[in-house]
Design a binder for this molecule. Structure first.
Ligand code: UTP
Length: 276
C-alpha cells in the first residue's frame, strides 16, 4: 500500500516568467484550482494521505494554500461565497502535509533524494504537479499505477507515446512488452535526440518508486544539463532488478509549457460547461 506522495516543487519555472518571479509555478491556476491541488486530489484518490512537498525559496504560497486562512474564513463566513472553500477545506482535512527545502536546484533526482527525510524507507509516489493528468473514464493515473504496483512491487514510471521529434524533451524508455500497456524497462535515456531515442515512449511526471532509489541517486553522477537525473538512477535500478513502464489511460497536459497550460485550461473549462 502506497501512503506517501512526494511533490518536487523547487524548480524555478522559468518558462512562466515573469508570472513565476514571486509565485510558485505549482500555484498557477487552471480554472480556479492551482496545479498542485489537482496533484494532491489525484494522490488522495489513489489512497495516499501524506503529501511530502519539496519546496525552495519563494514557495511559501504552497504551504499557505494547504492551511486554514482564518482572516479569509472570517470574512466570507455566512456569505454566498463560503462554499468556494469547501473543496480545499475537505482536502486539507484528509491529508497531512510535510515539507522540506531543496537549497540548490541540482535536478529532479536530487529533489527526490531530499525527500528521503520525509518518506523514510517505504515505497512512495512522485507527482510533478506541472504535468496535469485527468482520466474522464475511470481511475486517475496514480490510482492506475498503484494497482500495477500491488501486482509487481517494483518502481513504475508512467509513459505516453509522443511524436518522435519531441523525444528530446523527455526521459525515453524501451523494454519488453508484458501487456498492452505495460513494459519491463531495459533502456532509459534522458532527453535523447530523435535519432538516438530507443522508442517514442516518454516518461511523464508520475512515478512509484521503491526506497532503494535513494541510495541509487546518491551514486548517480550529474548527467544531462549537469543535473542529477532521476532517469539515470532508474536505469541503474532497472539493471539491478526491475522497473516497469505503464502506459496510462487518460489525458496529460504539460502545464510547465504555455501551450500545455492553455490546452488544459480549455479542456477543464469545456468539461465544466458540459458536466451535468
Ligand atoms: P522542470 O524542469 O519542468 O521545472 O522540472 P522548472 O525547472 O521549474 O521549470 P522551467 O523549465 O524552468 O520552466 C520538473 C519538476 O521537477 C521539479 C520542478 O519543480 C518541477 O516540478 N524540480 C526540478 C525540482 O524540484 N528541483 C530541481 O532541481 C529540478
Amino acid at each position: 500500500m502506497i501512503t506517501k506522495c512526494l511533490f518536487p516543487a523547487a524548480g524555478y519555472g522559468t518558462r512562466f516568467l515573469p508570472a513565476t518571479k514571486a509565485m510558485p509555478k505549482e500555484m498557477l491556476p487552471v480554472m480556479t484550482k492551482p496545479l498542485i491541488q489537482y496533484g494532491v486530489e489525484e494522490a488522495v484518490e489513489a489512497g495516499i494521505d501524506v503529501m511530502a512537498v519539496i519546496t525552495g525559496r519563494g514557495k511559501r504560497a504552497i504551504e499557505d494554500h494547504f492551511d486554514i486562512s482564518y482572516e479569509l474564513e472570517h470574512q466570507i463566513k455566512g456569505t454566498s461565497k463560503e462554499h468556494l472553500l469547501d473543496e480545499i477545506r475537505e482536502l486539507i482535512g484528509k491529508c497531512t502535509f510535510t515539507y522540506t527545502r531543496q537549497i540548490e536546484m541540482k535536478g529532479l533526482g536530487d529533489a527526490i533524494h531530499k525527500g528521503r527525510v520525509l518518506i523514510g524507507s517505504e515505497p512512495f509516489a512522485v507527482v510533478l504537479a506541472d504535468d496535469l493528468c485527468h482520466n474522464p473514464d475511470g481511475d486517475g493515473v496514480l490510482k492506475q499505477m498503484a494497482k500495477v504496483y500491488e501486482k509487481y512491487r517494483c518502481s513504475i514510471v508512467a509513459v505516453q507515446e509522443v511524436p518522435m521529434e519531441e523525444t528530446s524533451k523527455y526521459g525515453v524508455i524501451a523494454g519488453k512488452t508484458i501487456d498492452d500497456d505495460l513494459f519491463m524497462v531495459d533502456t532509459m535515456i534522458e532527453k535523447p535526440d530523435p535519432a538516438e531515442a530507443p522508442s517514442n515512449l516518454a516518461i511523464i511526471g508520475r512515478y512509484i518508486l521503491t526506497p532503494d532509489i535513494f541510495e541509487l541517486i546518491e551514486r548517480t553522477e550529474p548527467g544531462k544539463g549537469g543535473e542529477i537525473q532521476i532517469t539515470d538512477a532508474l536505469m541503474a535500478q532497472a539493471k539491478k532488478g526491475m522497473v516497469m513502464a505503464y502506459k496510462f489511460k487518460g489525458r496529460r497536459f504539460d502545464c510547465g509549457s504555455i501551450d500545455g497550460f492553455v490546452e488544459a485550461t480549455n479542456y477543464f473549462y469545456t468539461l465544466g460547461q458540459t458536466a451535468p
